[in-house]
Design a protein around this ligand. Structure first.
Ligand SMILES: NC(=O)c1ccc[n+]([C@@H]2O[C@H](COP(=O)([O-])OP(=O)(O)OC[C@H]3O[C@@H](n4cnc5c(N)ncnc54)[C@H](O)[C@@H]3O)[C@@H](O)[C@H]2O)c1
Length: 313
């Protein structure tokens, strides 16, 4: 299927994620059917979309004179069968419940044309093993982040049977929506971001459980430290700033070895201090790289201080 042939998108599930994902498709010019079980859920979803669009317009993310036409492209339905028949592309955003997912896919399989892509927003289910559909090569995970109309990232995960064409089309579609898609090399539980968040949560629960710090203190610690660095050096490039030789020693002390780091260290690539580490700094000096980074930190710090961001919301 060619992306230009896709005009009508069906979003199944109008909850926390569904309404917002549907909105993004409508903002990009697609006609969207949002399907849910009850009309009142759909009405609530449409109202949220209207509020979202107004807020986006306040922040110049959407021209306010386009809001009516965006809304006019969204249709509400409690009839999956009717919406499925006219869908060129399906986005599944129903509850994270095995039985519900299975049931919905069996209906999609029955009602949709066999070439239609099914994009699942599941957060943690191995949808490829869970559901039984004809033409499983068209099933792909597109995992969005809340609020979907603001957060750029969408993780794309293919199953063993998903074709490269479906992955390519997913990527191009998400680019067209103005998103930042990342294709995972293979399925893994919780994907990239939730996996990292899970590790953080486990540390947070441990701190709280042992009474090491209060909730306010933990958040203040995070907000005034690595949350400032994250937008600039991420979580991986930060290792280049620490120094891969140091990281390698830390790993050794833990009885661990990571080949990607060992290889770099063996070759004398320690990160910023040698102008090459996990990232390549193209021969720039350590001083130059540090200055570039620190200028960004200072701009972010000023911005955050102005917003009084260190206080809880
Ligand atoms: N909430 C998040 O932050 C988040 C983030 C990323 C991914 N997800 C994933 O997105 C999916 C939806 O999550 P959510 O938070 O929007 O859930 P939600 O409970 O807010 O919404 C799910 C919607 O699906 C509807 N639904 C249930 N069965 C249906 C059916 N047979 N036909 C049509 N609609 C049906 C429900 O009525 C509900 O409105 C889940 O797979 C979840 O894991 C959630």
């Amino acid at each position: 299927m060619n992306i230009n042939e896709i005009k009508q998108v069906m979003v199944v599930g109008a909850g926390t994620m569904g309404h917002s994902i549907a909105q993004v498709y409508a903002q990009s010019g697609f006609d969207v059917d949002i399907v849910d079980l009850k009309q009142e859920l759909l009405n609530k979803a449409l109202n949220k979309i209207r509020l979202n669009l107004n807020l986006l317009a306040d922040y110049q993310r959407v021209p306010s004179d386009e809001i009516d036409s965006i809304l006019s492209r969204i249709h509400l339905s409690t009839n999956l069968k009717v919406a499925a028949k006219r869908a060129d592309y399906v986005v599944e955003v129903v509850s994270e419940n095995r039985e519900i997912k299975r049931e919905v896919y069996s209906q999609l399989d029955e009602y949709c044309s066999s070439k239609i892509i099914f994009a699942s927003n599941t957060s943690e289910l191995n949808i490829f093993k869970l559901v039984d559909i004809n033409n499983p090569e068209r099933l792909v995970i597109q995992h969005w982040f809340r609020p979907a109309h603001i957060i750029p990232l969408v993780e794309i995960v293919a199953g063993r049977k998903t074709t490269p064409e479906v992955v390519d089309l997913s990527y191009n579609m998400l680019k067209k929506l103005g998103k930042t898609p990342i294709i995972l090399k293979k399925f893994t539980n919780a994907f990239i971001v939730n996996k990292i968040q899970q590790a953080m949560n486990s540390a947070i629960f441990g701190l709280l459980l042992k009474g090491i710090a209060t909730p306010e203190e933990i958040d203040l610690a995070v907000k005034t430290s690595f949350s400032l660095r994250l937008p600039v050096v991420g979580v991986v490039q930060n290792l280049d700033f620490v120094g891969l030789d140091v990281i390698s020693d830390v790993l050794k002390n833990m009885g661990l070895e990571l080949s990607i780091i060992k290889e770099r260290v063996d070759q004398g690539h320690y990160g910023v201090k040698t102008s090459k580490g996990l990232f390549d700094y193209s021969g720039r000096s350590e001083e130059e790289i540090l200055r570039k980074k620190d200028e960004k930190y200072l701009k972010i710090l000023k911005f955050l201080e102005e917003l009084d961001i260190f206080e809880p919301v």
